[in-house]
Ligand binder design. Structure first.
Ligand code: BT5
Length: 326
């Protein structure tokens, strides 16, 4: 897909009610014949395009396939994203992004895969990545801040994804510390932050898995996982979800530079943990107490029964009792 194709798509989307071929061509700065040829190519590629005698040309649906140029064309102003790669199948998009990082590629590349054969969560856990069922992607970043600040990226990603999901579903999304986004109390997104420091010029890979159109999950996940489709009762165009999420992440990234405390405050407002009695497992180590807030880097503040405040930077949270029950 070239620049002209992206322009035609953009004009078609802007004119949702339909547009005549002459107007479409002039808006896209193309001769009419060239526009017609591009429209034919789109139809062959799976875009549903109607040519109505009164309304003119209308884009009815885009293919259920991620197309890098189409996605990029929907991201005007999203400064976070410099380039998009779409791979049909790979083991894990985090590995692909890490390879780019080791090769010295600049930050801002987003790697999507339609299918992951070894999608993973934290501690090597399996991440279910149904082919074309969701959005499986990784963002290559080179944060200028010291390594100790990089954990902020998980909070940033959780807030950005929650905002993007809300925008497309119109349902409120919560954040479960540290790396989950929930709809209706069930996990719809998992985030995997991996830091690489081959030398002083290190990089971070933020891996994000968003369940979009799955109708069901394997039995062991069925009561804990959800998709946008299950939560909202309809299918979503995955590129539209991807664009909304990347735009939200980009806006959040700018806010984060100026005011990370604001992002942390939003993560806490969205948190399903506020004032809950929780237990955090960190390997063999466990801390129990009341979740009282998030610290300046996004760490969870838990007040134990002996009054000691613990600041925890990662782990597995179990809610022992909700606010009402404490
Ligand atoms: C996570 O780990 O939630 C991070 C998941 C990150 C996935 C993305 S996809 C793109 C990129 N490439 C990768 O290889 N990974 C990233 P954690 O908090 O450890 O949660 C893992 C647990 O979530 C599993 O043990 C399951 O219980 C559950 N789970 C697995 N697949 C799921 C899914 N599709 N939806 C909801 N929950 C799932």
């Amino acid at each position: 897909m070239g620049e002209a194709d992206v322009r035609v798509l953009r004009e078609l989307r802007a004119a949702a009610g339909g547009i005549g071929i002459e107007k479409l061509s002039s808006c896209a700065c193309l001769p009419v014949g060239e526009t017609r040829r591009i429209l034919d190519e789109f139809r062959e590629a799976g875009y549903e395009i109607e040519h109505h005698p009164h309304h003119g040309i209308r884009l009815l649906a885009s293919p259920d396939r991620l197309i890098a140029d189409d996605l990029m064309g929907r991201l005007a102003g999203a400064s976070l994203v410099r380039d998009i790669l779409v791979i049909e199948e790979t083991a894990s998009t985090n590995d692909v992004a890490a390879r780019l990082g080791f090769d010295g590629v600049k930050e801002g590349v987003v790697v999507f895969a339609e299918s992951q054969t070894a999608g993973r969560g934290r501690l090597g856990r399996k991440w279910e990545s149904e082919p074309r069922g969701g959005l499986w992607f990784s963002i290559l970043m080179r944060p200028p801040q010291p390594l100790s600040d990089w954990m902020r990226l998980t909070t940033w990603a959780a807030v950005g994804v929650a905002r993007g999901i809300e925008r497309v579903t119109r349902r409120s999304a919560s954040v479960k510390w540290p790396n989950d986004v929930l709809l209706d109390g069930k996990k719809v997104t998992g985030i995997l932050l991996e830091a690489h420091r081959p030398n002083d010029d290190g990089f971070a890979v933020v891996g994000i898995g968003i369940n979009v159109n799955q109708a069901a999950f394997p039995a062991e996940l069925a009561d804990r996982a959800t998709s946008l489709r299950i939560a909202a009762g309809k299918r979503f165009e995955r590129m539209e979800v991807a664009a909304a999420v990347l735009r939200a992440l980009s806006a959040c990234s700018q806010e984060m530079q100026a005011d990370f405390a604001g992002i942390v405050a939003e993560a806490w407002r969205r948190s399903s943990l506020a004032d809950c009695h929780v237990e955090i497992g960190m390997g063999e180590h466990r801390v129990a107490g009341v979740a009282e807030g998030l610290g300046p880097q996004g760490e969870l503040l838990v007040k134990a029964a002996d009054g000691v405040m613990h600041s925890i930077s990662g782990g597995e949270v179990t809610v022992l009792a909700t606010r009402q029950a404490v």
